[in-house]
Design a protein around this ligand. Structure first.
Ligand code: B1M
Length: 210
């Protein structure tokens, strides 16, 4: 009988081979993809997020755990399509125009994937019109904006304004984050939420999609 807690433990330990092997064994035993994701892969990443918040894990451990989670997701993803399991929501994420910093954004993207979201990553230096195009094409529930420079924070407001000008602002929740960003700034530019770190970003996304 598959022990899904072992998958979670292997994710937390960042053991990519073990996650892949245990995930494949669970699939072969007929455990549902949704159970493997929720009780194994996401459960593991939830613990990783909590440890990261508590400063028990640092960036390298989170990246290694996320890589291990991906090894399991690679096995599960084709089955999700077959069984029609829906992600918790879709998030379009990117580092805003003029800004090339992607380490924090990638962490947020990985944690959101670990939290059960489909993540569409537009990469770095993303102009407002690219976010608008992605909202029109992919119909996400959330647009997630990252900025690391005080000089590129205004691109967050430009992006929100562009979503409004294109008539799609009410279709999505906008969350923002990055080292210089604050809740006050989120309020000032009309974002729906701010998260200080990658684990909090998952909590915020969950709150925003209800
Ligand atoms: Co840059 N850089 N950098 N840099 N860089 C900083 C940000 C800086 C603080 C360094 C300093 O001067 N002390 C400074 C900004 C000053 C300011 O604006 N106030 C700075 C500068 C000035 C620059 C350049 C202008 C330097 C130059 O060329 N003169 C230049 C700008 C280039 C550009 O973007 N146009 C530049 C370039 C670079 C590198 C390319 C060399 C490299 C980036 C490589 C890469 O990302 N692939 C780099 C790096 C690595 C840094 C530092 C050292 C580290 C940033 C990082 O990755 N942190 C940084 C100094 C520092 O922070 N100590 C610095 C780790 C990462 C996990 O944290 O990104 O904060 P962070 O993400 C966190 C949270 O913020 C949050 O969650 C993450 C995980 O918990 N978060 C979100 C992030 N996005 C979120 C989104 C959310 C929610 C949470 O919701 C959507």
């Amino acid at each position: 009988m598959a022990d899904l807690q072992k998958i979670a433990d292997a994710v937390i330990a960042g053991n990519r081979e073990e996650v892949a092997q245990l995930t494949q064994a669970a699939v072969d035993e007929g455990v549902s993809p949704a159970d493997i994701i929720n009780q194994g892969l996401i459960a593991g990443m939830t613990v990783v997020g909590a440890k990261f918040k508590a400063n028990e894990f640092y960036v390298p451990e989170v990246l290694i755990a996320a890589r291990a989670m991906h090894a399991g997701m690679d096995i599960i993803k084709p089955l999700l399509v077959e069984t029609g399991v829906q992600p918790r929501g879709t998030v379009v994420i990117g580092t805003v125009k003029g800004d090339l910093h992607d380490i924090g954004k990638n962490l947020v993207a990985m944690m959101l994937e670990g939290g059960g979201y489909e993540v569409i990553d537009l990469d770095v230096d993303v102009a407002p019109d690219k976010f608008v195009a992605a909202v029109n094409d992919k119909n996400p529930q959330i647009v997630a904006l990252s900025a690391l420079l005080t000089t590129t924070m205004p691109s967050m407001k430009d992006t929100i304004d562009a979503l409004a000008a294109a008539g799609v602002r009410d279709k999505v929740k906008v969350m923002i984050g990055g080292a210089p960003v604050t809740q006050e700034y989120a309020d000032e530019i009309g974002a729906d939420g701010y998260a200080p770190d990658a684990a909090s970003a998952v909590d915020l996304a969950n709150a925003l999609v209800g």
